[in-house]
Design a protein around this ligand. Structure first.
Ligand code: F6R
Length: 612
């Protein structure tokens, strides 16, 4: 959510900043801007409403700005509508300081009042401009930028990643963070600052994650980091394992399509190294056998699609572990006075590892004594670093706003974790354990078989893309999977869509089913297939058009009653949603394509939601 980049080195900064912003556009895309500094021209700022392309055109690809140091920002509006004025960078009244900001300053109103009383004028509606002006206010007193930044961060409340240029400090960028990711990039004669590794991956894979409360002073030849007492801090460097091609479309029309197609490989990478000699090995876990046996319940916390993974996990883990598993929306968990204690295993699921609600919920669970285990994709992200244990999904960068391969790998890792815990607890029969492990090896090929038949799904999308209301219905694992199918469809195609537990339909929602309503009926959960059939009959009787998803062995039966049928290979029950979700992703993708939607950047959304 919002993207920050900063560069200082020997090259012209503006084209590098623009390139970095293009790579981060999925984080926010309603307005963008850059500030570049040079000895001759001083501080030059250009910002505009709209996509990065609009900014790039304004600057002729960056050629219009001179200077080897600068900061850039792509915005997802929170305070103040998307507009030229509200776009970042924000500049202090004297024009001496430029600042880009990710996050939200919660006490900005009170600070703005204070600064207005000092006679300072504001030009935007944003909380971020307040910080630029406050910074100048303190800087004018001490003429020491580091001191001024430190005073600012002690005065403000909320979350922030800042990139700052001050004209009095030629050749130095300043950064500060709290609850919003900032990464330092190291090079030979140049350095980077970014909220996302993808922004700088073309130039360096040598990085360090800033921690909360830290301030960094970045020049072409050095980076010095300080803690919130302004004491120097030594940063541990990390090496990014993937390269620039992973963050590019590689010939695919959309990132979403590329990422759907990458799922078999992503599953292999997430699962295969964790199975050796027929056993699930989770060496990355520090949890002891004793601790595992001591848990009396499991809470799963997440948002959006990651929450839907948790919903599938509830069914699978309760079945495998015979322990209660509750799934919480992170934004609700924080405020519901949760019943967590040291006997609770709290599984936190997040692709980005930066979702603020999830992070805050995890902190609350920790405060209450729960043991936290995070399933995260982004290495070194805040949730990964703060959790007691972390299992990475190793899916590589996910660029499309609508998640696909991250969902699949989260699910795969959660299933593996369930199996691992069940083995420790002795709640899974050895034969079943072996059957699940064996079946895990077949999933990538089965996914490939589904992906080989995209044309069928494309055809169904062409038949149904004009519907304006869709219901996904299913029971048990199919219901959990339907939640994700429905979210995928609505977020990228803007069709109103709901997921319902089939049995719940007749308690009210069935009144919405009328002639022509599209119902996507999910019948891949074998134990309840007959009930799924009955529900199809029920909605057909009320005039619905039914697109059914089932397994290959039930295809024929389903074809007798549904209007259209998609089938996926059979597998062990716990993996059935891993296969079933693939055609649902493809259906959403093709429907959105037919409707001419901006698939990778759906309206109002952004990847990595770092505000509450
Ligand atoms: C939907 C989607 C979102 C995310 C949610 C949580 O396609 O991507 O619903 O799943 O914002 O994000 P993470 O997993 O990064 O915490």
């Amino acid at each position: 959510m919002c993207g920050i980049i900063g560069y200082v080195g020997q090259e012209q900064a503006a084209p590098i900043l623009l390139q970095g912003l293009f790579r981060m556009e999925y984080r926010g895309y309603d307005s963008a801007g850059v500030a570049v500094w040079s000895q001759e021209k001083g501080l030059q700022v250009e910002k505009t409403k709209g996509r990065i392309q609009v900014l790039s055109d304004l600057l002729h690809g960056g050629d219009d700005m001179e200077g080897t140091m600068g900061i850039g920002h792509t915005r997802w509006a929170t305070h103040g509508e998307p507009s030229d004025i509200n776009a970042h960078p924000h500049v202090s009244e004297s024009g001496n300081i430029a600042l880009v900001h990710n996050g939200i300053i919660e006490n900005y109103m009170e600070i703005k009042e204070f600064l207005l009383h000092q006679g300072i004028h504001f030009s935007s509606d944003t909380d971020s401009e307040v910080v630029a002006q406050l910074l100048e206010y303190y800087y004018d007193k001490s003429h020491d930028m580091l001191d001024a930044v430190s005073r600012v961060i002690h005065r403000i409340q909320g979350s922030y990643g800042f990139g700052i240029i001050c004209s009095d400090y030629p050749g130095s960028l300043i950064a500060a963070r709290k609850d919003s990711p900032l990464i330092l990039g190291y090079g030979d004669g140049f350095h980077f600052l970014a909220s996302d590794v993808t922004a700088m991956i073309q130039y360096t894979r040598d990085i360090a994650y800033m921690d909360d409360g830290e301030i960094a002073v970045i020049t072409a030849n050095s980076i010095q980091v300080y803690n919130n007492m302004l004491e120097p801090v030594k940063k541990e460097h990390q090496h990014v394992v993937w390269d620039v091609s992973a963050a590019e479309k590689g010939g695919y029309p959309h990132f979403m399509f590329k990422e759907i197609m990458e799922q078999p490989e992503a599953f292999r990478k997430a699962v295969f190294p964790r199975i050796r000699d027929g056993r699930v090995m989770l060496e990355d876990l520090k949890l002891t056998t004793w601790q595992i046996r001591d848990f009396n319940k499991i809470d799963i916390i997440a948002c959006g699609s990651s929450y839907h993974v948790g919903m599938v996990g509830k069914y699978n883990l309760e079945r495998l572990l015979r322990r209660p598993v509750e799934v919480f929306l992170a934004s609700e968990f924080r405020y519901c006075d949760p019943l967590v204690d040291k006997k609770t295993l709290v599984i936190v699921i997040s692709q980005s590892g930066e979702t603020l609600d999830t992070m805050a919920a995890m902190r609350e669970a920790k405060r209450l004594g729960g043991r936290t285990l995070a399933i995260v994709n982004v290495m070194g992200s805040s949730i990964a670093r703060e959790a007691d244990d972390v299992l990475y999904t190793w899916a590589g960068p996910e660029i499309a706003v609508a998640t696909t391969k991250a969902y699949s790998t989260q699910l795969a890792v959660l299933d593996l974790l369930g199996l691992y815990l069940a083995d420790v607890l002795g709640t899974v029969e050895p034969e079943e354990y072996d059957a699940i492990v064996k079946e895990a090896h077949t999933i990538p090929e089965k996914m490939e078989a589904i992906l080989a038949k995209t044309a069928d799904i494309q055809y169904f999308a062409s038949q149904y893309f004009n519907h304006d209301s869709v219901f996904f219905i299913g029971r048990n694992l199919d219901y959990a999977m339907g939640l994700e199918g429905s979210l995928k469809l609505k977020e990228i195609s803007y069709i109103h869509s709901e997921a319902y537990a089939s049995g719940e339909l007749k308690h009210g929602t069935i009144s919405l089913i009328e002639k022509g309503t599209l119902v996507v009926a999910l019948g891949t959960y074998e134990p309840l297939f007959d009930k799924a059939m009955s529900n199809v009959v029920e909605v057909k009787a009320r005039g619905a058009e039914v697109l059914a998803l089932t397994t290959d062995n039930f295809r024929e039966k389903m074809e007798k009653i549904a209007d259209s049928v998609i089938s996926v290979p059979c597998t062990h029950q716990i993996f059935q949603p891993s296969l079933g979700v693939v055609p649902l992703q493809l259906f959403a993708y093709y429907v959105a394509l037919h409707r001419g939607c901006d698939i990778d950047k759906p309206r109002n959304l952004a990847k990595s939601v770092t505000v509450e």
